[in-house]
Write a new protein. Structure first.
Length: 283
């Protein structure tokens, strides 16, 4: 619970964040959390929450790279950097957004990756939503847990495996998402290390639940209530787990497995259906 954090001791964690210059929930709703009429965003407060997230990551030893978004006024959700791409080494497999409301973000991310030394790839004919739907876990990060259904088309998976192949022989595991509130895998599954993760099992169909349990990862469940506070959407830096305010039950769970929970307010972003992890991309 403490804000007194232990600095990350493992390799420096590089994280991309996008400044929420034009963030809003006004023109569209593409998930059950978004309601432009009754839950408009306070952009000033959003900027303050985003800054707190950034500073908290830096305090615990994360290295944050900021992508500016001044000319992305037509793409308010671009703040959700998790959706930009899935990264392995210096290769970024770019998102191809399902909804036209987010499709234009790709060009901005592509330009950023290319200007920062990454090779980009990714198709434009099959829906795929980046690290929002593809998370590395399993021994030596040899598994890519990919959410399929709501946003990512299962046909993207073989191409991901092919394009990101670096000779290490990683395996892609398709995870079927069944609850509209948990429309990306990163709101229901949160790797803490290569062999430990938080998850909300109810977001996945029974076959997927079974498969996920068989990849050598210890899965620590959170309740539906906790998942509703975005407790599976945390930024992990070393032993620090940064997430939106939630129940004391989650705090105790995280402490019990040897991690340090840090709670911040991500309320303005939750109005768009995302929390701390959605605002970041590990690069
Ligand atoms: N409004 C955005 C959308 O519906 C939120 C994205 C949240 N990002 C995430 N990685 N879960 O696409």
């Amino acid at each position: 619970m403490s804000r007194v954090a232990t600095k990350a001791t493992s390799a420096l964690k590089k994280i991309l964040m996008v400044r929420p210059t034009h963030f809003e929930v006004v023109r569209y709703s593409i998930n059950p959390w978004m309601d432009p009429v009754s839950k408009p965003v306070n952009r000033e407060l959003a900027m303050a929450q985003w800054t707190t997230l950034k500073e908290t990551i830096e305090e615990v030893g994360g290295e944050v790279h900021v992508m500016e978004s001044d000319s992305a006024q037509d793409w308010p959700d671009i703040v959700f950097a998790a959706n930009a791409a899935t990264v392995r080494g210096n290769k970024a497999y770019l998102a191809n957004f399902l909804h036209p409301e987010r499709r234009g973000e790709r060009e901005f991310y592509k330009a950023w990756f290319e200007a920062n030394g990454f090779e980009t790839c990714g198709r434009t004919d099959i829906a795929f939503e980046g690290a929002g739907d593809a998370l590395w876990c399993g021994k030596n990060y040899s598994r890519l847990f990919a959410g399929v259904g709501p946003r990512t088309d299962i046909r993207a998976l073989p191409d991901l495996a092919k394009q990101l192949d670096d000779g290490s022989g990683f395996k892609v595991i398709g995870c079927k998402l069944i609850d509209p509130r948990f429309y990306h895998i990163d709101v229901a599954f949160c790797p803490l290390s290569d062999e430990l993760a938080l998850w909300f099992p109810g977001a996945f169909d029974p076959v997927t639940q079974h498969n996920m349990k068989n990849e050598g990862v210890e899965l620590v469940p959170v309740t539906a209530e906790d998942a509703g506070f975005f407790s599976c959407n945390a930024v992990v830096v070393g032993k620090n787990v940064i997430m939106n305010h939630t129940t004391t039950r989650v705090a105790k769970t995280i402490e019990k497995i040897g991690y340090n929970p840090i709670f911040i307010d991500m309320g303005e972003f939750i109005k768009a259906g995302g929390s701390s992890k959605c605002c970041t991309l590990q690069i």
